[in-house]
Design a binder for this molecule. Structure first.
Ligand SMILES: [Zn+2]
Length: 299
């Protein structure tokens, strides 16, 4: 905890970068804490994307929906005094405000979406369709730091990895928010779709830095997979197994540029049998998200 606090500034800086990325793209979540072993469930059925009446405006021959909302930063207070310093610094740095501003200049919304950071009393980050909000819990940041530490990383290394992973997680939550708010047609597992949305944004919009965010998240999935037993709970969970999220993350990166990331295969992290399919898999993922978000982008 001491080290985590000492490195808060670094965390804030990275979050600032994250918001820049968000501004460039997209999307909705429910507890995806890379570290959450028992994610809370959100009643997805209670929400309905209010997009039926979205008017389409043609701009340069492209269909654009009517902008009826903004990303809005919600004012929160912390109950746990352990998070007071982190909360104050994040708010003083206007991390979420900067993110909201850039997102609002990039994305059309059918309604407002609230952004908040807070102490939740649980390890989590989630999109709640009931009030259209994304919440990032301080407990998740601490959990990730401890997770990396448990794998032999120094305080500085653990903090650096945590900073990178939270970007991936935030983009995953944004993916859930966009799926819900836009009423995007997701034909398979939404959790996987949100992971792929995040990977796509990281890789396409942030280049090498974004790839490091995906790698950090993959590392967290890998460490977690070593710390738990597979049972009915994990097998029936809406999230894929951490092992699958690990390999899928590597597949997205490798698939985006096989020659650049060939090391994943050469060093045995990504099996050849899967790797050969990753370029086509990544291309389909990228095309899907580009197509889904196109009507919601501001020019
Ligand atoms: Zn999720």
């Amino acid at each position: 905890m001491t080290s985590f606090r000492r490195n808060k500034f670094n965390l804030i800086v990275v979050l600032g970068v994250l918001m820049f990325v968000l501004a460039c793209m997209c999307p909705t979540d429910r507890n995806d804490g890379a570290g959450s072993s028992e994610p809370e469930s959100v009643d997805k059925e209670s929400s309905s994307a209010d997009v039926e009446d979205a008017d389409n405006d043609a701009v340069d021959g492209k269909k654009r929906n009517e902008d009826k909302g903004d990303f809005i930063v919600e004012r929160t207070t912390v109950d746990n005094p352990n998070f007071e310093n982190l909360d104050r610094e994040i708010k003083e740095a206007k991390v979420l405000e900067k993110a909201a501003d850039k997102l609002n200049r990039t994305l059309i919304l059918p309604h407002d979406i609230a952004l908040r950071t807070k102490d939740c009393g649980t390890v989590n980050a989630f999109y709640d369709p009931k009030d259209n909000s994304i919440t990032f819990c301080y407990e998740l940041m601490v959990h990730l730091f401890k997770l990396y530490k448990s794998d032999g990383n120094s305080d500085a290394e653990a903090n650096e990895r945590m900073n990178k992973a939270i970007n991936f997680i935030f983009l995953h939550e944004l993916g859930h928010a966009l799926i819900d708010s836009y009423g995007l047609p997701i034909t398979a597992n939404e959790e996987d779709a949100a992971d792929r949305c995040s990977s796509f944004i990281c890789i396409e919009e942030m280049g090498d830095e974004g790839v490091e965010w995906v790698v950090a998240a993959a590392e967290a999935f890998y460490i977690q997979s070593k710390n738990r037993q597979i049972g009915k709970g994990s097998l029936s969970d809406e999230h894929l197994l951490e092992e699958q999220r690990f390999f899928n993350s590597l597949c997205m990166i490798y698939g985006s540029n096989p020659s650049k990331y060939g090391g994943f295969v050469e060093e045995g992290f990504l099996p050849k049998e899967r790797a050969v399919k990753c370029p086509a898999e990544y291309a389909k993922t990228a095309k899907a998200w580009e197509t889904l978000l196109e009507p919601w982008r501001k020019d």
